[in-house]
Design a protein around this ligand. Sequence first.
Ligand SMILES: [Ca+2]
Length: 368
Amino acid sequence: MGICRIVGFMLLWSLFGVADAKQVDEIHFQAKRIAPARLQSPWALVQLPDERWLITEREGNLVLLGEHPRVTRIPLDLPALYYAGQGGLLDVALTQDFPLSGRILLTFSQGTGDKNHLAVATAVLENDQVHDLKVIFSVTPDKDTPVHFGGRLAVMNDGTWLVTTGDGFDFREQAQKRTSQLGKILRIREDGQAPKDNPFADAPFVFSYGHRNPQGLVIDEQHNKIYAHEHGPDGGDEINLIQPASNYGWPVATQGLDYSGARISPFTSYEGMVEPLFNWSPSVAPSSMILYQGSLFPTLDGQLLVTTLKAQTLIAVDIGAKPVHSREIFATIMQKARLRDIAVGNDGAIYILTDGENATVFRIAPLK
Ligand SMILES: [Ca+2]
């Protein structure tokens, strides 16, 4: 480790010449696995007040990860779980009154290959068991593709929830159709009903539209801002500043190309449609995101940290910079892997969930 670090330092020094202080600082951090490499296609992680991590596996399990190697797997009885393609059990989040109620929210894909949709469920986690699981919301209309479900959850100050939904890949024109719930960020109450102050009378759950497959969602309570990222096609991955009632352009305005190389639209911007805060071309395939506001990594304070599947790296996006710019971080201390989710732990360290079979969790902290 010591030698690797020195070599890493020298390599960075030589790569950057007059080195960027931020780049050099970050080599003094270390990554450590905290989970056995046995998580099966996990999608999300969240830390519990008792310090353990709660992790979803797409085939329908919750995993409680305690002190290494303590792992408890809870198979969920999710009604009509559709585990295929990019679907299955996706996000998990704690409700604001979790310490009292044990209530969690889950997203999962439900139905069959011919007819499926994203669903939101609530359940109670108590004594390492899950009970009172019920579906509170189902996205309409159904679709017949196993991909682009969206599925990310975030709770707002007032206790309402934002839920991202994908365009289903074959249904991209529905992202522009407000009355379809595909390709949207929806806002729901914890009982699954529509809040009265959502922006559209004709689409009571829709908060923003014109999205492709958004899977990163961050609420900055301090500055009253919402950030989301979404997968573009070939190029055109975006970070957007989300405002209610706004149209984010897909598929009319995009900087991405179709996978065939053909243009999806003649427009990279369009009047009345909000342009991204940041665009990645070529694609990095952004999977999740946090807004880092901590003291362990001062050079990252106020930046968005984005996990990626295709780029297989963690990316810091400096949204305070003009122009906004992004860079890989921790690249020399964390092996290349598809990265699925990210969280800051109660101890201030950064935790990264990897993707696929035999996935694991890395803890990244300053080197002591
Ligand atoms: Ca857009």
